[in-house]
Structures are given as structure tokens and as C-alpha cells.
Write a protein of this length. Structure first.
Length: 320
């Protein structure tokens, strides 16, 4: 049975509200909306996916919905407050008290200063977790010694540190070391500069950059190709800001090798990047030849998952 607050609105009003164009709404609220293949996302919350311009889903929380639920979740609106706001946004305000701009939550309202989580005295859990994922101990040790990886003291997460051109830490992505039902905690440290993301130093000896979605995929690739020790970026999602900054910081780069995931989002993002950057760079699409991503491929090759046959083709663009 419908509640009284939901029946306050006519069917026509509800149809208007539910047909709200989410990219346009979010842009009007101050978000930086980006199109990635068939999806839209935002710079501020890159784990959110907007499909068909009408529905959203945030993978980091496992929640989603329409424009009404977006205002309820991120702006603390009740159902009638959200509907009233959207009717006003559509220019169909009722004879009701004026609706102010939504009260933004701290996530959007406050800019938190970036601070790295305190480091643990050792990295034993991080080593054990990444070894379980198939990463070579030499690769793990190399990342730790370069100041790109450590174990945090409170939760014992993997902390992947992104450093700017001067070497200063400005970004960090955390990954839990305990997998429950095949997944673990992951997310950026508050205040992180997503336009840097996670990256290896750039060698002028090579004119290419490898691009991954996740740091563990980058480490998996380094395990499979031990000569790869530089010229790589992990976007920690699909927002391309980290790649664009890397290209700007290293103007000698001429080739972009996309190693994004073998799923619909990854394929769509690769196609979109080829279209946007293909006139300035040689863009090579180089997904894993089996598995969803390079870590899954690595685990399958090591027998840590069910083995899969490769297509027998070498991965593209890796001539050094």
C-alpha cells in the first residue's frame, strides 16, 4: 500500500520526476560529469555509473536508483523533498513552500586535506595478501621500496601511494587484505588527487605508457613482464584524469597501451579513449587475452583459479 507522502503527487508529476536526465541534474549540482563509453560518471565519485541517463549505481556501496534516490542518498532529502526539488528543477513547481538547493553532504561540501594513513611497523599482511593474488615477491618488494605501497596500521589495508612529478604523495588508494565472498574493501583516501592517481615513474627511454584500472592489475602485469618497471598508470577506476596528467607531465610519450578490464565498462572506456586520444597518440587496445583483468589472468596462469586457454597471441605494444 502506498504511503500518504507518495500519493501527494500526481502520476504525471511522478513520470516527469522519474524521467530526470541524471547527467544534466548532476552538472547543475556542481559535479564534473564525464562520459565513458556507454556510461557516465563523475570526477568526485568515479565508482558511480549512470546508464541510459536515467538510472545510477554506485559500485563502492552496492546501491543505486533514479534521481529521487540520488537526492535521498547524497543530499539527505526525504522522498517528498526530493520530488519537490525535481519538480522545481523541471520548472513545474507546485504551490508549496519554495525548495532550496539541496543540502549537500560532507562528501561534496567539504574539501578534506589529504593525509596518508599511518603505516604499520611491517608489511606482512600486505605481502601475504598480494602473494595470494599471484603477485611476485620481487615486484611487491620493489613497490614497497619505491614508496608506492605499504600496510596501514589501523586496518592493515594495502595502501597504494600516488606521487606527483616532484615525488610528493598526493593520492592513495586502499585495498583490504581480507576478501569476503570474493571482494574486499577498496577506496581512495579522502582528499586524494584523482588527477594523479597511482603511477610509476616515466623513463624517457620509452615512448609508451601502460594504462590499467587497478594497482593490482598493474602489479600483475609487472609480474608477467618483469622488464616493466616504469611508464604505467593505474586510474583506480575509469576516470581518465590520471592518464591526462601523466601525458602532460611526460610530453615525449607517443603511444598509449590500454590494459583495461575485459568487461562492458572497460571495453566501453577503451573505445572512448581511442576516439578521444587517437588523433594525438597511437592508442593500442591491449586487454588480457583471458580473464576479466590482468590479475585474474595471472591467477589462472599460476593455477590459483581455474585454468583458461590463451589465444596464443602476444600482448600488443610491449616492445621495449
Amino acid at each position: 500500500m502506498q504511503t500518504a507522502e507518495r500519493t501527494r503527487f500526481t502520476e504525471a508529476e511522478m513520470a516527469t520526476v522519474r524521467d530526470t536526465d541524471l547527467p544534466d541534474l548532476l552538472s547543475s549540482l556542481g559535479y564534473q560529469v564525464k562520459r565513458i563509453g556507454r556510461y557516465y560518471t563523475t570526477q568526485e565519485m568515479d565508482s558511480i555509473r549512470i546508464k541510459d541517463r536515467r538510472t545510477w549505481f554506485r559500485y563502492s556501496e552496492g546501491i543505486g536508483g533514479d534521481a529521487i534516490t540520488f537526492l535521498q542518498r547524497f543530499y539527505n532529502k526525504s522522498f517528498p523533498e526530493a520530488v519537490e526539488y525535481l519538480l522545481t528543477w523541471h520548472g513545474r513547481a507546485r504551490d508549496s513552500p519554495s525548495v532550496s538547493t539541496p543540502r549537500q553532504t560532507k562528501e561534496k561540501e567539504e574539501k578534506v586535506p589529504f593525509t596518508l594513513p599511518p603505516a604499520n611497523v611491517d608489511h606482512r599482511r600486505v605481502f601475504a595478501y598480494l602473494r595470494k593474488r599471484g603477485i611476485a615477491p620481487q615486484v611487491i618488494r620493489g613497490f614497497v621500496e619505491a614508496g608506492l605501497l605499504y600496510e596501514d596500521a589501523q586496518h592493515h589495508n594495502c595502501v597504494f601511494v600516488g606521487r606527483d612529478q616532484s615525488g610528493a604523495p598526493v593520492f592513495a588508494n586502499q585495498r583490504g587484505t581480507y576478501d569476503r565472498n570474493g571482494s574486499s574493501f577498496k577506496g581512495d583516501v579522502p582528499g586524494s588527487n584523482k588527477d594523479i592517481a597511482f603511477r610509476l615513474h616515466c623513463s624517457k627511454k620509452h615512448d609508451a605508457v601502460l594504462v590499467f584500472e587497478a594497482p593490482i592489475d598493474l602489479m600483475s602485469f609487472c609480474t608477467l613482464h618483469r622488464k616493466v618497471t616504469s611508464n604505467a598508470v593505474a586510474l583506480c577506476g575509469l576516470y581518465e584524469g590520471g592518464l591526462r596528467t601523466y601525458l602532460r607531465d611526460n610530453p615525449h610519450i607517443r603511444r598509449i597501451i590500454l590494459c583495461l578490464d575485459n568487461d562492458e565498462a572497460g571495453r566501453g572506456a577503451s573505445q572512448a579513449l581511442k576516439e578521444r586520444l587517437g588523433k594525438q597518440y597511437e592508442v593500442v587496445d591491449n586487454p588480457p587475452d583471458h580473464g576479466k583483468d590482468y590479475n585474474e589472468k595471472l591467477q589462472q596462469m599460476k593455477g590459483l583459479q581455474g585454468r583458461a586457454k590463451t589465444r596464443g597471441k602476444p600482448e600488443k605494444g610491449m616492445e621495449r
